[in-house]
Structure formats: C-alpha cells, structure tokens
Design a protein around this ligand. Structure first.
Ligand code: GLU
Length: 312
C-alpha cells in the first residue's frame, strides 16, 4: 500500500467545495476556535462552497452542559451561518461501531489490555510499545482497541504548511480506536464523519496537524476518501501556551462580534480596511469572502497574540 502519494486529495479550487467547523462542546468559543471557524468559513464561502457544522461530542464526560447550544448561538451572532443540519457525533455511534467491526474483520485492529500508566512506564513518548499486538498476555483483559501501524511513511501536502510526513510505527504507533472507557476515539470519529459529510477540505488549527496522520491512515484502512487539509496557525500566549480554558482564554462573547472578527481576520493576515472598523459582522465577512487569499495566510504553526486583548 503506497501511503506517500496522494491521488484523491481535493484540488485547491473546486466548485463542489465542502468545508466544516467541528468544535468540541467543552466550553464557549474562544479566540482560538473563532480563528478556526472564520478560516474554514472563508475558505468555503470564497469558493462558493458549503460550510458544515459538526459538534464533536464524542466524549460525553468532557461535554459541558449548554456549551453546544452556546457555540451555535455565538456562530449565529457572528453571522457564521452554516449549511444544512448540525451533525452531532453522539448520534453517530452506530457508524463508529460498524467501522470497528470492519477494522477487526480485516485484522487491522487488536484488543489491548495495557493501562496508560503501564505504557508510560515503558514508553516516555506514550507511543504504544506493542505489548498486546501479538495477543493479550495471559491473564489480561481487553480494555481498548488499537490499530496496527507498521513502519511505512505517510505523507500529505498541507495547503498552507507544506508537505508533512511521518513514519507510522515510529512516530505514531498503534493508536486507539476504542477507548478503555468504551468511548470511540476522536481519530475514528473524525475520519468517518469527514467522509460522511463529504468534506473536501479540512481547515483547522495547526495543533491538529499531527492528528491528520492517524486520520489519513484510518481513511485508507476503511476505504474512505481523503480530503485536502489546511492547518491554520494557532494563537498562543507570550509563554507559548495555546489559548484554551486552561490558559483562561476569555469567551469571545465578552466582546462585540465585529471587534473579535476583525481581530481574527487580522490574525489571519487579512486585516479589514479602516472604513470597516466598527462594522457589523455580516459586512466584515462579505468583505473577507471577497478578499480571501489563502496564499496570504501566515505560514507558521503558532502566532503569539496579546492576551490582554483576547483573554482574561
Ligand atoms: N473537535 C476538535 C476540537 O475542537 C476539532 C476537530 C477537527 O477539526 O478535526 O479541537
């Protein structure tokens, strides 16, 4: 299986463009997630394409009550209107289970009885050392399901960050597709849902650049189409931390939508002109759709922002 060539990836210009934004409902949208929403929205709308919304609620323990509805309301306030119904991963468990059956039937997966603590004791990088890959050791119970990752190179051409390659076994290792707590793994759900939603280009933060490899691999194992990928720079604090609830990123609802949108566009090197300062979100987005230039996006994986403006 040649994993290094990419024949099915979408072209950068296509009439049937379908993008998506896939927030996890673990809290309100913050500046970092607004950048991903705006970037994926503009990539789609500037090509006359569709922009879909998926709520990645595959992990119920991390779900914050009301967060999904809050995200929807915030997007509407920003005039980031999506196409069609919202897809909730919590309604897709049958599809995830069917994919696990398919992986097991083709001998691509195996049960693993190791605990996280046992793995980190052997492998400081957390790359799975392969303890259970030839069968569960005697007396061990299956906890999770993993896929076999052999030593082969996997590459893709990110539309912004350029060519990315990793060696499956060495850099990723046999990864989990069903967790010990019975939940479906993010990579499995994402690979399946991007295909289910017929997404042609995934535009998201560069913190998920490495996540692309397990997702590409699952697409290959499950016979799913491969979308194109564009990973936007991620906003970090001066200390180099990603904006998140942990780094006290302020919910963007605390500032007027036009202001936060202007900051997100400036972050993406698309600063709105002077006469649009203070403009309503719809006006700003219309300008941005007309002026969206993927070639002008900043090519770094992280960009430092002034956290006085975007966090508490
Ligand atoms: N749900 C993920 C997050 O909020 C993003 C998933 C993706 O874009 O693939 O970080």
């Amino acid at each position: 299986m040649d994993l290094t060539t990419d024949t099915s990836a979408a072209q950068s210009q296509r009439a049937d463009y379908r993008g998506r934004f896939a927030p996890s409902p673990s809290g309100p949208l913050h500046f970092g997630s607004l950048v991903a929403a705006v970037g994926s929205f503009l990539a789609a709308r500037s090509q006359g394409g569709e922009w879909l919304l998926r709520i990645d609620d595959v992990d119920p323990p991390r779900k914050v009550p009301g967060a999904a509805d809050g995200i929807l309301r915030t997007l509407e306030n920003y005039h980031l209107f999506w196409d069609g119904p919202v897809l909730y991963q919590s309604q897709r468990f049958d599809a995830y289970e069917a994919a696990l059956t398919q992986l097991a039937a083709a001998d691509h997966s195996y049960p693993c009885g190791c605990t996280r603590r046992e793995i980190s004791a052997i492998s400081p990088t957390h790359i799975y050392p392969g303890t259970c890959r030839n069968g569960l050791p005697p007396g061990r119970q299956a906890r999770a399901l993993r896929v076999y990752c052999d030593e082969q190179d996997l590459c893709f051409d990110d539309s912004l960050q350029g060519r990315q390659c990793q060696r499956l076994g060495r850099d990723i290792g046999d990864f989990i597709v069903k967790r010990a707590d019975g939940l479906y793994a993010y990579h499995l759900a994402t690979a399946l849902d991007d295909a289910f939603q017929q997404v042609t280009e995934v535009v998201r933060g560069a913190d998920l650049l490495d996540a692309t490899f397990p997702q590409l691999y699952l697409q290959r194992l499950l016979g799913l189409p491969r979308p194109a990928y564009l990973h936007l720079p991620v906003a970090v604090t001066a200390a180099g931390e990603k904006l998140s609830k942990q780094t006290h990123a302020r919910a963007i609802d605390d500032s007027p939508p036009g202001e936060a949108l202007g900051r997100a566009l400036t972050f993406l090197d698309h600063p709105p002109p002077e006469d649009l300062h203070g403009a309503a979100p719809g006006e700003l987005l219309d300008w941005a759709i007309a002026h969206w230039q993927p070639a002008s996006l900043p090519r770094s994986k992280t960009l430092t922002i002034d956290t006085n403006e975007t966090s508490s």
